[in-house]
Design a protein around this ligand. Structure first.
Ligand SMILES: Cc1cc2nc3c(=O)[nH]c(=O)nc-3n(C[C@H](O)[C@H](O)[C@H](O)COP(=O)(O)OP(=O)(O)OC[C@H]3O[C@@H](n4cnc5c(N)ncnc54)[C@H](O)[C@@H]3O)c2cc1C
Length: 405
């Protein structure tokens, strides 16, 4: 692959830079404290306004077809936009699940009328979507879910519980995976639906996190009645629909995030005085910085490999799992060292901008190692599907779900 922009890509980058310069604040020009920025009670409203602006300018979903408000552009153009946007201070994070996973699943299974109704409001940030998959006893093994959907005439009645649902408390819609036939093996008895989070019987309970935030929720379903027209895919083929969502999830979490990296940590090490001089001169610190620098370069080229596949119209293979395994641990380890270097200042949220950033990344990294496939699950994928090692033991594969112990 040629890593330089083609003339068209360079022209697009220039256009994006000019637009961002005119419409957003550069991170380097920001004078707000970390806390003021992130604990802003109007963040969702600001994110919706930014999303609407971005969508109107045609940058919200560059790869989507023009008929759905996209540009019909290549994934490379999408990455160029993200690279450029990462230098600016814009409220993000509220629409990734909807636009990255739920709406692509809708595009694969919903009717043209439903797409006309739901895609544009999601793209413009007017309606937020969440992913209702994980349950207390089914996360990595999402095919083991127990939330039931039972047919009643032309409706379905849903009962059960989901957990770790990011953003359910501000979401308008969600896609949900349910068990519609417990008498067949677990992957065969599932069906997917979409529903309004305001449907009677849906109860959202926020979960308080150690960071002080409450981004996740438990969601309870008590006799929630929805019409059959909200089914996505055939009855019993929910696993196939779920794979569409999960493939998009893996791709989304593997893309660059624009957070603090080795360069910022080197800067911190240069500015931090230890007992024996600047931290950048300390052999142990230097060793770690060198290791993370090597990992950073490895990640960069592995991402290029993913982009190469995308640019050729291929779907990136299971080897992309490596990106998240390495990136999440690196993020956690780097955050820990940064906080250690800063001593007591490392735990202060608003005083030192980078300190707050490293602290936030360190807290988020534990979740990043779990969301979208845990380290162990991704290692299994690499072992089985990249290295061709023997499969993990799957004793429940052919057993009817209601006969499982
Ligand atoms: C930041 C974040 C956001 C999330 N957002 C959402 C969301 O919006 N919607 C949603 O539905 N879910 C969401 N989740 C839930 C997420 O999908 C699950 O947490 C994840 O799939 C792991 O499932 P679990 O928590 O049930 O852990 P488990 O699957 O119970 O795993 C527990 C431990 O066992 C290990 N393990 C499990 N199976 C194997 C195996 N076969 N081999 C080796 N080790 C194994 C795991 O690696 C882990 O260490 C989110 C989670 C996080 C952290």
């Amino acid at each position: 692959m040629d890593f330089n922009d083609t003339p068209e890509e360079a022209a697009f980058r220039k256009e994006v830079r000019a637009w961002l310069e005119a419409n957003a604040t550069r991170k380097s020009d920001d004078k707000q404290s970390f806390r003021a920025r992130n604990d802003d009670p109007n963040l969702l409203e600001k994110a919706k306004a930014w999303q609407a602006k971005k969508a109107a300018a045609g940058y919200a979903r560059i790869t989507w077809p023009k008929e759905y408000g996209g540009r019909g552009g290549t994934p490379i153009l999408q990455v160029i936009y993200q690279q450029e946007e990462s230098s600016y201070l814009v409220p993000l994070g509220f629409f990734d699940i909807g636009l990255g996973m739920c709406i692509p699943t809708m595009m694969a299974y919903a009717t043209p009328e439903q797409l006309t109704r739901y895609v544009k409001p999601a793209l413009y940030g007017e309606e937020v979507w969440c992913q209702l998959f994980s349950e207390p006893a089914a996360g990595s093994d999402v095919a083991g879910i127990r939330t039931r959907a039972e047919r009643d005439g032309n409706d379905w009645v849903i009962n059960g519980q989901k957990v770790w649902t990011s953003g359910a408390h501000y979401s308008d819609y969600g896609i949900i995976i349910t068990r519609t036939d417990p008498s067949v093996p677990k992957h065969q008895g599932l069906t997917m639906f979409f529903l309004s989070m305001k449907t009677p019987g849906v109860e959202v309970r926020p979960i308080k996190q150690m960071s002080g935030g409450a981004n996740f929720n438990e969601v309870f379903f008590t006799n929630v009645r929805i019409p059959d027209s909200q089914r996505l895919g055939k009855v019993g083929e929910g696993w196939k629909a779920a794979l569409t969502t999960l493939m998009n999830e893996r791709l989304a979490v593997g893309l660059p995030s624009g957070g603090l990296d080795v360069d910022e940590l080197m800067e911190l090490a240069r500015d931090t005085e230890l007992e024996d001089g600047p931290a950048i001169r300390n052999q142990q610190v230097r060793g770690k910085l060198a290791e993370w620098y090597v990992q950073q370069q490895g990640l960069r080229f592995t991402r290029y490999r993913t982009l190469t596949a995308l640019s050729k119209g291929q779907t990136p293979g299971p080897e992309s799992s490596i990106i998240k395994i390495v990136a999440a641990s690196k993020m956690q380890d780097m955050g820990a060292l940064a906080m250690e270097l800063m001593g007591p200042a490392g735990i202060m949220k608003e005083e030192v901008p980078n300190a707050a950033g490293f602290q936030a990344q360190w807290i988020a990294a534990a979740g990043f190692r779990i969301a979208g496939g845990t380290d162990e699950i991704l290692r299994n994928i690499v072992a089985e599907r990249v290295l061709g090692l023997p499969q993990d033991v799957r004793v429940d594969k052919d057993v009817p779900f209601n006969k499982l112990k």
